[in-house]
Design a protein. Structure first.
Length: 82
């Protein structure tokens, strides 16, 4: 495909949405995005984008996101000594 640069005029400018993407919000507030992939066949891929991190923390919460990140990978097969 012939990609063109995206012209962003302000930090609050919304990014364009792929017309092949279905998206919305559930009653609980969770946003979802669904896109069909032809390959691999008969498979589903799930990716989570979670709006958490130090940028979302208040001053009295500093460091909590970092600790949660460490706990999420603690004692998994790929991080046995973490």
């Amino acid at each position: 495909k012939n990609l063109q640069p995206l012209r962003i005029s302000s930090p609050s400018m919304p990014l364009p949405v792929d017309p092949g993407l279905r998206h919305g919000h559930l009653p609980c507030g969770l946003a979802y995005y669904i896109k069909k992939n032809r390959k691999p066949e008969q498979r589903l891929a799930l990716r989570l984008a979670v709006r958490v991190g130090s940028i979302n923390e208040e001053e009295n919460q500093r460091g909590v996101a970092h600790i949660i990140e460490h706990l999420a990978f603690r004692a998994t097969r790929n991080f046995e000594n973490f």
